[in-house]
Design a protein around this ligand. Structure first.
Ligand code: HEC
Ligand code: HEC
Ligand code: HEC
Ligand code: HEC
Ligand code: HEC
Length: 161
């Protein structure tokens, strides 16, 4: 018991986070850069981002709005239609996830506080592959530091519900 506790303490002190043995594999390759260059807005694929807590992910039907017919000449592009005929569900692997006891709302930050996605996430205009790891390692210190600066709530129960 003592040994387990000591190891846990050591891992905690080193700031270790559980690292998945294998990178999560997204169901389809998809370049943010190339879609954004075609003038697509973030909210076209992340429909909850302005009005809801979760930004959400696009469905296969959203992709097929355009990919029913070939788009561009990338060799990966036909994979979208192949996936659609396979009858599988399009389940994106979610990479950014706070602990279950924390409440976060995109609407509060994007709409009420007029923040840009890049204030917290990497600049997706340059990302040319499906993501394999979280781009934020948000901790309480980072949230609270900005809340203090911007005179937003420091109430424990605003973030912990
Ligand atoms: C508004 C139309 C539109 C929607 C919606 C759309 N795409 Fe595309 N997609 C395009 C266009 C246009 C290209 C060609 C871009 C280029 O070659 O520069 C493309 C290219 C691609 C490619 C090949 C290049 C790359 O990005 O790797 C893949 C794969 C792809 N799309 C997947 C998807 C997936 C998955 C979805 C749904 C999440 C989706 N697309 C939604 C228009 C769209
Ligand atoms: C104030 C910082 C902040 C801003 C601004 C922000 N995000 Fe996020 N985003 C987060 C955090 C924190 C998480 C993890 C949330 C959780 O686990 O509840 C997240 C998760 C996500 C996710 C995956 C989970 C979900 O919500 O569906 C997507 C997609 C996403 N953000 C897209 C966006 C887009 C697009 C924008 C801009 C329109 C944006 N975010 C602006 C902090 C931010
Ligand atoms: C054509 C649809 C499409 C557009 C447009 C789009 N995204 Fe995404 N986004 C996705 C898909 C699909 C994923 C999951 C696969 C991946 O990571 O590539 C994703 C993943 C993300 C994630 C990681 C979420 C997580 O925690 O797993 C962030 C952050 C994000 N997008 C931000 C943005 C921002 C910011 C914009 C606008 C500048 C944007 N996206 C535009 C489809 C899109
Ligand atoms: C860069 C600045 C910034 C960061 C980082 C940030 N926030 Fe915020 N947050 C704000 C601002 C500004 C508001 C006030 C929005 C309004 O109501 O006008 C806000 C509002 C909120 C609200 C709504 C509070 C209420 O009054 O009900 C919650 C919940 C919240 N943030 C949680 C978080 C969490 C959790 C994190 C870290 C994962 C975080 N925020 C990171 C700036 C930030
Ligand atoms: C602005 C948002 C915000 C506020 C305000 C806030 N927290 Fe947190 N808290 C977080 C986030 C984000 C985490 C880390 C979640 C994760 O690791 O995924 C966290 C983590 C924690 C943890 C877990 C231990 C740790 O350090 O990871 C405790 C305990 C905690 N908070 C207590 C409090 C108390 C008590 C208050 C009020 C004095 C408070 N929090 C106020 C956002 C907030």
């Amino acid at each position: 018991m003592l040994l387990v506790a000591a190891v846990a303490l050591f891992a905690g002190a080193a700031g270790a986070r559980p690292v998945p043995a294998v990178s999560p594999r997204q169901p389809l390759p998809m370049s943010h850069k190339r879609h954004i260059a075609k003038d697509m807005k973030c909210r076209a694929c992340h429909q909850g981002v302005e009005g809801e807590a979760l930004a959400s992910f696009p469905t296969l039907a959203d992709c097929m709005d355009c990919h029913k017919t070939p788009q561009g000449h990338d060799p990966a592009e036909p994979e979208v239609r192949a996936f659609a005929t396979s009858g599988q569900d399009l389940a994106w692997v979610r990479l950014n996830r706070l602990a279950g006891h924390v409440y976060f709302s995109h609407a509060a930050h994007v709409t009420l506080a007029s923040m840009k996605c890049e204030d917290c996430h990497r600049d997706m205009h340059t990302v040319d592959r499906a993501l394999t790891e979280a781009d934020m390692h948000q901790n309480m210190g980072a949230c609270v530091a900005c809340h203090r600066n911007r005179h937003a709530s420091l109430d424990c129960l605003a973030c912990h519900k």
